[in-house]
Design a binder for this molecule. Structure first.
Ligand code: C2E
Ligand code: MG
Ligand code: MG
Ligand code: MG
Length: 252
C-alpha cells in the first residue's frame, strides 16, 4: 500500500455538490481511488479501514490533500474556479496534532486559501479527541478551515460531536436518502435539516439518485446535493468536461 502511494497507483476523483436554489456549484468532494491494475478493486471504505489499522492513514489523507491543492491550482490556471473543496480525513488522522500542522503546511505550500477547504470527518471508529486536539481543531477553524460531519447520524457521527468540534456542515447520510420516501427516513432527514438550520450549518444530502428523493428533500428545505443524479465522482479530465458542458444543466 505504501509502495503503491509512491508509485502513483492512488488517484483522486471529484464529485460535484450542487446548490439547486442558485443553480451553482457549491463545491466538490475529493474521493481517493486505488488502482490495482488487474487485481480486484478495493473500495475506499475498505482500504481506508486498512490504512487506519496499519497506521498509514494520515500519510494517505495528507497525500490526497496535497493532490487536491495541486489540482486546484491547475484548474485555477484554466479558469475553473471551485468555491469549496471537501477532503475526507479519518478521525485517526485528525487525532494527531502532527496532521494538523501538515494540513497547514500543505495549503501553504500550494498557496491555497484556508477558506477554500472543508475537512469531512468520517466517524467509523470511536475516537476520543483530547482537549489539545480539540483546541487545535478550533485553531484550524479560526484560520478559515471548515469542518463537516460526514455520514451524520451513522456510527460515531452524532450530536455529541457537534458539542466538541467546530462544525460548519452536516452531511445527511446516503442510507437515509436511499430510503425516501419512507416516512421514518423523511422524519430523520427533516430533523437533520432542522438542526442544521437552527445551528446555522449547511446540510448536504448525500447519495441523491432520483427526482423523487430530490423533490422530497427540496420540500424539507434542503439546498445542497451530492449524488449520482447530478454526477458520479469524476477523474480530472471528466470533471473538466462536466464543468464546462454539463454543470449549468442543473438547478430548478
Ligand atoms: P463518503 O465520504 O461518505 O463519500 C461518499 C461516498 O458515496 C463515495 O463513495 C461516493 O462515490 C458515494 N456516492 C456518492 N453519490 C452516490 C450515489 O448517488 N449513489 C451511491 N450508491 N453512492 C454514491 P466512495 O468514493 O466509494 O468512498 C467511500 C468512503 O471512503 C467515503 O465515504 C469516505 O468515508 C472514504 N474515503 C474516500 N476517500 C477518502 C480519503 O481520501 N480519506 C479518507 N479518510 N477517507 C476516504
Ligand atoms: Mg465524505
Ligand atoms: Mg458521506
Ligand atoms: Mg461514507
Amino acid at each position: 500500500m505504501v509502495r503503491d502511494l509512491h508509485y502513483g497507483k492512488f488517484s483522486v476523483h471529484y464529485q460535484p455538490q450542487i446548490n439547486t436554489i442558485n443553480r451553482e456549484l457549491f463545491g466538490i468532494e475529493a474521493l481517493c481511488r486505488w488502482d490495482r491494475g488487474q487485481e480486484t478493486p478495493i473500495n475506499p471504505d475498505v482500504f481506508v479501514a486498512l490504512a487506519e489499522d496499519f497506521n498509514f492513514i494520515s500519510e494517505l489523507d495528507i497525500w490526497v490533500l496535497d493532490q487536491v491543492c495541486h489540482q486546484l491550482t491547475k484548474w485555477q490556471d484554466k479558469g475553473i474556479e471551485i468555491p469549496m473543496t471537501s477532503v475526507n480525513f479519518s478521525p485517526v488522522s485528525l487525532n494527531n496534532l502532527n496532521t494538523h500542522s501538515r494540513i497547514l503546511a500543505t495549503l501553504n505550500k500550494h498557496q491555497i486559501p484556508t477558506d477554500k477547504i472543508t475537512i469531512e470527518i468520517t466517524e467509523g471508529k470511536k475516537i476520543h479527541y483530547s482537549d489539545a486536539v480539540i483546541s487545535s481543531l478550533n485553531h484550524l477553524n479560526a484560520l478559515g478551515i471548515k469542518f463537516s460531519l460526514d455520514d451524520f447520524g451513522i456510527g460515531y457521527s452524532n450530536f455529541k460531536r457537534l458539542t466538541r468540534i467546530p462544525v460548519s456542515q452536516l452531511k445527511l447520510d446516503r442510507s437515509f436518502v436511499l430510503n425516501l420516501p419512507e416516512n421514518l427516513y423523511k422524519e430523520i432527514s427533516a430533523s437533520t435539516l432542522s438542526i442544521g438550520k437552527k445551528l446555522g450549518l449547511s446540510v448536504i444530502a448525500e447519495g441523491v439518485e432520483n427526482t423523487e428523493q430530490l423533490e422530497i428533500l427540496e420540500d424539507l428545505g434542503c439546498q445542497i446535493y451530492q449524488g449520482y443524479m447530478f454526477s458520479k465522482p469524476l477523474s480530472e479530465a471528466d470533471f473538466e468536461n462536466w464543468f464546462f458542458n454539463i454543470s449549468n444543466r442543473w438547478g430548478r
